[in-house]
Design a binder for this molecule. Structure first.
Ligand code: ZN
Length: 179
């Protein structure tokens, strides 16, 4: 059950395009990146999509107790240094890291068990499926209190504005769901 406090992730069409292009460029590897934005009780807004390198390698696989045979075609990893740098950069601009995106080459835009285990509460996880090199479905996911992923509603806004929404958020405004 969705709790009443959950608000849609607001983003711009440009953000989606950036994620899709990165995913296609990285194919057949998974791409990854960070979502910088604002989280308030009534609002969650994506401000910037920041591409980072997929640092997955055998060492990471071993450290995580994962199968060393899995490569970047099935896994991604964001180096802690990249995460820290993004957090620092975000804070200096009064933003936060609010989530992560990554791609699933020739797999559906559905979190894997590994994605679930490594996921952080409150983060939005955007996954884009890439089929034969072409970006396909894109879906944002959010953990619930049982550490299970549920679909996160998204709301496309344009143009982006940091000022509070000029209207109360109601279902009627959720017109552009990403499916
Ligand atoms: Zn994944």
């Amino acid at each position: 059950m969705l709790s009443s406090q959950i608000v849609p992730l607001k983003l711009c069409a440009d953000h989606i395009q950036t994620v899709r292009s990165h995913a296609e460029r990285s194919y057949p590897h998974e791409c990854c990146g960070l979502l910088l934005g604002v989280i308030q009780p009534q609002e969650k807004i994506l401000v910037e999509v920041r591409a980072v390198q997929n640092a997955w390698d055998e060492q990471v696989a071993t450290d995580l107790g994962d199968q060393p045979s899995l490569t970047k075609t099935r896994r991604y990893w964001i180096a802690p240094e990249e995460m820290l740098a993004a957090m620092r950069d975000a804070r200096s601009r009064k933003l936060d890291v609010i989530g992560v995106y990554h791609s699933h080459p020739d797999q559906p835009a559905v979190p894997s068990e590994c994605d679930r285990q490594l996921a952080w509460q409150q983060y939005s996880y955007i996954i884009v499926s890439v089929q034969q090199g072409k970006a396909a479905d894109l879906q944002s996911w959010l953990l619930n209190e049982n550490h299970q992923f549920q679909r996160e509603e998204t709301l496309i806004i344009t143009p982006y504005s940091l000022t509070p929404a000029p209207y109360p958020l109601s279902p009627i405004h959720i017109v552009n769901r990403i499916t």
